[in-house]
Ligand binder design. Structure first.
Ligand code: SAM
Length: 324
């Protein structure tokens, strides 16, 4: 019998539990529920009277986590919500949560997204170029089709495509690849991951074609970030999550690339900063007190053992802050 493929193996699980240190009766929010790996471990730790809220844009994640929760016989109050973690304030309000003790987001891509979703997240598959985390997201006002990777590739201007690949993919052959895209779409539209991979490969200088997978990985990442507005979501989420946390509450973020990590690091430093007087002032006149304590003094990465067992954990970085 064929073994069922795992939806997703949670990364840095032991470290997340250590830093968040959840206690029975607490309220915890997982903004990226996925297969429920982090959420259900946290839910167990806050039994029997705790509340666990799991948020995800993808209905498949909610179905998977609900089934796992049933099997695990969780005694915590569970709320699985289809939504965007950027709307955490509204979700907390709607559920009338009185106190939130810990929040986590794990902003990578799940194994299911890559291997089972059929939404074109991987250049190694032959799939339609969708890349939405929310497959039910409706077209924006006045548009006939939803905002997908396909839409971007066939409708964005040359300038906007180049900006997307440079900013979110840091791809040095962006100009050549964009030219390849524009030429291709003048003949026929770009529909599949295979179409895009071939365009990327043939746009590269001959000496770099054997490394086409590297450029493809960066371009696919850039498209995914743009389709899902990932950096905007994070920018909106951080201050709102901090606001809904109770005093002493903790906020953990697992990120997978430097653009996200930079946003998290700056936000955490800003919250942990006390006096902002110029350094040559003999004494503080601003009176500003830190609002938080950074718990991860050094960036936390997966152990060698975890990296060996699960290669998806290699780029993962954990940062945790505690509200004072
Ligand atoms: C890496 S997986 C999370 C895995 C999860 N921590 C686990 O242990 O199984 C990321 C998940 O976040 C979801 N997601 C991505 N962006 C989101 C957003 N802005 N709001 C809510 N969910 C989001 C994706 O659909 C995906 O299921």
């Amino acid at each position: 019998m064929q073994e069922k493929k795992s939806f997703h193996v949670p990364v840095l699980l032991k470290e997340v539990l250590e830093y968040l240190d959840p206690k029975p009766g607490q309220t915890v929010i997982d903004g990226t529920l996925g297969g429920g790996g982090h959420a259900l471990a946290l839910a167990k730790a806050i039994e029997p009277k705790g509340i666990l809220v799991g948020i995800d844009l993808d209905p498949a994640a909610l179905t998977e986590a609900s089934a796992k929760a049933k099997d695990a016989d969780i005694k915590t109050e569970l709320h699985f919500v289809k939504g965007n973690y950027r709307d955490i304030k509204k979700i907390v309000n709607d559920l009338a949560l009185s106190e939130v003790n810990a929040i986590i987001i794990d902003i990578g891509i799940s194994s299911y997204d890559l291997e089972g979703s059929n939404r074109g997240f991987s250049f190694q598959k032959h799939e339609p170029l969708d890349m939405r985390f929310d497959p039910e997201a409706r077209p924006a006002h006045k548009e006939k089709e939803p905002f997908t990777a396909r839409f971007i590739l066939n409708h964005y201007s040359e300038k906007d495509l180049k900006k997307t690949f440079e900013e979110y993919g840091e791809e040095k052959f962006s100009s050549r690849i964009v030219r390849g895209i524009i030429e291709h779409r003048q003949q026929q539209s770009i529909e599949t991951t295979e179409d895009l991979f071939n365009i990327i490969k043939h746009s590269l200088p001959a000496a770099f074609r054997f490394k086409a997978g590297d450029s493809a990985r960066r371009v696919f990442q850039a498209l995914r970030i743009e389709v899902n507005k990932e950096l905007e979501n994070l920018e909106k989420f951080l201050p709102d999550a901090f606001e809904v946390l109770a005093k002493g509450g903790k906020l953990a973020v697992i990120s997978f690339h430097s653009l996200e990590d930079r946003i998290v690091k700056h936000f955490f430093l800003e919250k942990a900063k006390g006096c902002i007087c110029p350094p040559d002032f003999p004494q503080c006149v601003c009176g500003k007190e830190p609002l938080a304590k950074i718990l991860t003094k050094k960036l936390v990465s997966a152990s060698e053992e975890e990296q060996k067992e699960n290669s998806r954990s290699i780029p993962a970085k954990l940062r945790v802050i505690q509200k004072i």
